[in-house]
Design a protein around this ligand. Structure first.
Ligand code: ADP
Length: 485
């Protein structure tokens, strides 16, 4: 009998996306399905999700859910795929204007504990004998990040699960920590509110519940698996993570090679591949036109697509940006986040209208165009569990400039004589996580770009030829599933 896995996620591309979790949730289940696993994704029925799912049909009613009582389960498929999604239809929780986690003013939804407590609870019910889905009982519940991390606690403490659970850690910075009254509001037994459970400094923590109760733990790169066991990266949970350290599997994310492929990317004016690179110059020119930058094939064009937060380290670029522009560089930035960072970048754009373009907001087509049209991609994250943008940079012949952390360290191989010689160099890695470290790294890249075209082409090609697909990683997830059942 094929293995059945319920993959629980709060965002899934192309239905709804705020970051890398959506990309992973949109592509990993498909890769596992291709390996013969029967995958179903469980997610909240946000309005855009219900609007996009195809062949939507009633699946079941659930009762006795915390706070809301009952909800309906709908089954549909992601457009143009065979991926099955179970959406929780609970209009009061999920059908509202704004993002999945925050309202239109950037404030966290006050009822997020219920919104994601219900997501976790439904996962647990579907893995128990109370499940109304008699013909589809999962062997594994695969939870992702804090939003579904209460599921392993429910599975252990309230529902007597028939399935095993995995928690995948995509970012330790977000933990879902709330006042203790939520323990009873969410129908969790008080026995779990202790150090040996989901209590965290007097609060209740969704993510800690997942890490404590899950049968297996994975994270999205081998380096991050080690880093989160230290105080610098564990965000307070390093003690617990160290206790389970030997069990934490670091599995590097892949990319969706249909969606992110310069050879047939529908968002680009021209397509290209490592054997036919001419299209990249056309895309660069179109990007310069679109962003009203000087049309200049030789100007090194630096690309950024990112949340603008402390994590992403782009504040380190600001003090040196004018100097880079004075050297002839251009910048195309797309992103949003902290006000101070947005303003600082916008101000530099105002001072350099034809050299620096700053687009604040979320824009999927432009993100592809920047990835393809730029010459190098800047990603100096202070921590980066895996990071997908540097992988997209590799695929698009846009060598990434990265800090040596997490998945960036695991995927980017610095351009130095040894790595040039053995044909592995695919980007530039900072020696230290500082302004100086970043600017020195960019200068090294500029030297090669401006004065050593042969090496530049070689590192572009090295990246573009890599197998960045999910194939290998999906096999590793499958092996992890198999080790549990
Ligand atoms: P994180 O999940 O920490 O934000 P990742 O590099 O793992 O970082 O993934 C970010 C994903 O979100 C990528 O697919 C990236 O292209 C996308 N993204 C980030 N900001 C924007 C934006 N402003 N517009 C469009 N896509 C964006």
């Amino acid at each position: 009998m094929p293995m059945k896995v319920l993959f629980v996620s709060s965002e899934v591309f192309p239905l709804i996306k705020t970051g890398g979790l959506a990309d992973v949730s949109g592509s990993l289940p498909l890769a596992l399905q291709n390996l013969g696993v029967e995958m179903r994704i469980l997610m909240p029925g946000y309005s855009p999700v219900l609007a996009q799912l195809q062949n939507l049909q009633h699946l079941a009613h659930l009762h006795h859910l915390p706070h809301i009582g009952s909800a309906e389960l709908l089954l549909g498929t992601i457009p143009n795929t065979s991926t099955q999604v179970i959406a929780i239809k609970a209009p009061y929780l999920y059908e509202r204007d704004g993002g999945p986690y925050i309202d239109a003013h950037g404030q966290e939804w006050q009822d997020n504990p219920v919104r994601f407590g219900v997501l976790s609870k439904v996962a647990s019910i579907l893995a128990s004998k109370l499940s109304p889905l008699k013909d589809w009982q999962p062997n594994i519940v695969h939870c992702n990040d804090w939003q579904s991390a209460l599921a392993p606690a429910y599975m252990r403490l309230t529902e007597q699960s028939r399935a095993k659970s995995i928690i995948s850690l995509h970012n330790m910075a977000f933990q879902g920590t709330y006042p203790p009254h939520w323990v009873s509001s969410l129908g969790l037994p008080h026995v779990g509110f202790s150090i040996e459970g989901f209590e965290y400094h007097g609060q209740m923590s969704f993510l800690k519940a997942g890490i404590f109760y899950a049968d297996a733990i994975s994270t999205v790169s081998p380096r991050y698996a080690k880093e989160i066991q230290t105080a610098a990266f564990g965000f307070g949970l390093e003690g617990l993570l160290t206790k389970r350290g030997d069990e934490i599997k670091g599995i590097l994310n892949g990319i969706e090679t249909e969606e992110w492929n310069p050879a047939h990317d529908k968002h680009l004016i021209a397509n290209y591949s490592h054997t036919k690179m001419a299209g990249k110059a056309k895309v660069k020119q179109a990007l310069q036109e679109r962003l009203t930058l000087d049309i200049d094939a030789n100007a090194p064009l630096l690309g950024v697509v990112s949340r603008l937060t402390y994590q992403k380290g782009l504040d380190m670029l600001i003090p040196h940006l004018q100097n880079l522009v004075n050297q002839g560089c251009q910048l195309a930035l797309l992103g949003g986040g902290e006000q101070a960072l947005e303003s600082a970048f916008k101000q530099i754009a105002v001072q350099n209208p034809n050299r620096v373009s700053v687009t604040i907001g979320y824009n999927e087509p432009l993100s592809h165009q920047i990835m393809a049209g730029s010459d190098m991609f800047i990603m100096p994250s202070r921590f980066e569990p895996c990071g997908l943008n540097q992988l997209y940079g590799l695929a698009y012949g846009t060598p990434p400039i990265v800090n040596a952390t997490g998945g960036l360290a695991d995927s980017i191989i610095d351009t130095n004589p040894a790595h040039i010689a053995n044909k592995t160099a695919n980007g530039f890695v900072m020696v230290e996580a500082s302004e100086e470290g970043l600017i020195a790294c960019i200068q090294r890249a500029l030297d090669v770009f401006n004065h050593d075209k042969k090496t530049w082409k070689a590192i572009q090609k090295n990246g573009m030829k890599q197998d960045l697909s999910w194939n290998k990683s999906a096999q590793t997830y499958l092996a992890l599933y198999q080790s549990l059942v």
